[in-house]
Design a protein around this ligand. Structure first.
Ligand code: T4K
Length: 361
């Protein structure tokens, strides 16, 4: 089976070295040395002003919203992994969906203002597949209406947009370090904050709101990254460059092999560095599931990221009409994430192209 993702496997000796220290010191969590080292190394890598490591990318979004005091309406995209929407709801806020731009599949800034009400407090955009949101337009709208902006950067780790690190936009950007991500800590995540006040609040909230041994000043949670996850992250960091290069090569192999097949559209970031997170094709609604099935029969597990729309969840407790977001609805029935990692060979790419040509051609 060729999976859509294959995590970087840390070198066992390197990982053991980190874990040995952990075991010898009997230090496993609560702000240990490995977490501090990883936080510092990632802050340098991302050129981040402030970075706060947490347990996963979902909690990162909820914590960012909570730290910003958001409990009203949040304008967001339904074309994302369920985590984005769930995190908004877990923060006690109300999700308000607007459609996505047909080219970037990120939240359409032209539709945001019409969705603003007196209850609106924030915008949560998603740099989906490492395609940057329209950050300038979003920032202008947010400034005009006094809204907070959080970007879900689960797919946008270490990328730049027009030469600027992606985390510099908005009040905060959240990351996922799940095993399926380019950089991972098995489970983990982070929040990049653009103000020291927000960073301080995030640190407080990720550790139960404990300010000092006998002073608790906020209703925080437990979102701390463990030393074991940090050890995985530190060991994975050494191998990041090689995996990134393999994916860049794979991107061009895919582009060449699939070029010219009728009805395939590639989704790619413009004016941005390649995040190395996903390779996505956009095909006609009538052919997408057939293509996925044919690939599966040959042992290739392409995934429908993201189907269904998060707004389609009947469990949300609020009715959302998907006809109000037709571009996102069509996208959820048209996209296919192809296997994208260092384990994909030229032979795999040739087979995938042959199947795509058969189904689409
Ligand atoms: N925002 C966005 C936009 C996101 O995409 C995500 C997560 C989040 C927020 C939330 O971040 P976290 O809270 O997860 O940190 C996966 C991931 O679990 C999820 O992290 C990710 N997005 C989402 C797009 O994909 P599944 O249910 O599709 O994963 P799964 O288990 O089917 O894995 C995919 C393939 O990867 C498998 O077929 C095999 C391979 N795999 C997976 C794991 C876990 C491995 O080879 N080894 C592994 O350890 O959700």
């Amino acid at each position: 089976m060729l999976f859509v993702a294959r995590p970087i496997a840390p070198d066992l000796e390197t990982l053991s070295r980190y874990l040995k220290g952990c075991i010898e010191q009997r230090r496993f969590t609560n702000g240990g040395p490995l977490e501090a080292t990883l936080e510092l190394r990632l802050r340098e890598l991302l050129s981040a002003r402030h970075l706060c490591l947490v347990t996963n990318g979902t909690v990162a979004i909820t914590l960012a919203l909570t730290a910003l005091g958001i409990r009203g309406q949040v304008i967001t995209t339904p074309f994302t992994f369920s985590a984005t929407t769930h995190a908004i709801i877990h923060a006690g806020a109300e999700e308000v969906f607007v459609d996505v731009d047909p080219v970037t599949l990120t939240i359409d800034p032209k539709l945001i203002e019409a969705a603003i009400t007196p209850e609106t407090e924030a915008i949560v955009g998603v740099h989906v597949y490492g395609i940057p949101c329209a950050v300038d337009e979003i920032s202008a709208i947010a400034k005009k209406h006094g809204l907070a902006v959080i970007y879900d950067g689960a797919h946008a780790f270490n990328m730049t947009y027009r030469g600027t690190p992606i985390g510099r936009f908005g009040d905060a950007t959240t990351y996922s370090f799940h095993a399926t991500k380019l950089f991972h800590t098995a489970e983990g995540g982070a929040i990049e904050a653009n103000s020291s006040d927000l960073a301080e609040r995030l640190r407080l909230l990720r550790n139960f709101g404990i300010e000092s041994e006998d002073v608790i000043t906020a209703c925080g949670t437990n979102a701390k990254m463990s030393e074991v996850s940090a050890a995985v992250g530190l060991a994975v960091l050494d191998l990041l460059g090689a995996e990134y290069d393999a994916r860049a090569k794979l991107r061009s192999l895919y582009s060449d092999a699939l070029k010219g097949i009728p009805d395939i559209r590639f989704l790619e970031a413009k004016e941005a560095s390649d995040a190395g997170s996903y390779f996505i094709i956009y095909v006609p609604v009538s052919k997408r599931d057939e293509l996925q099935n044919q690939l599966r029969q040959s042992g290739i597990l392409a995934r429908r990221y993201f189907y269904p729309l998060t707004s389609e969840g009947a469990y949300l407790g609020r009715q959302h009409d998907h006809r109000a977001t037709p571009i996102a609805f069509e996208a959820s029935r048209s996209v296919l994430a192809l296997p994208y990692h260092g384990g994909v060979t030229e032979q795999h790419v040739a087979l995938i192209a042959e199947i795509a040509r058969r189904v689409l051609g």
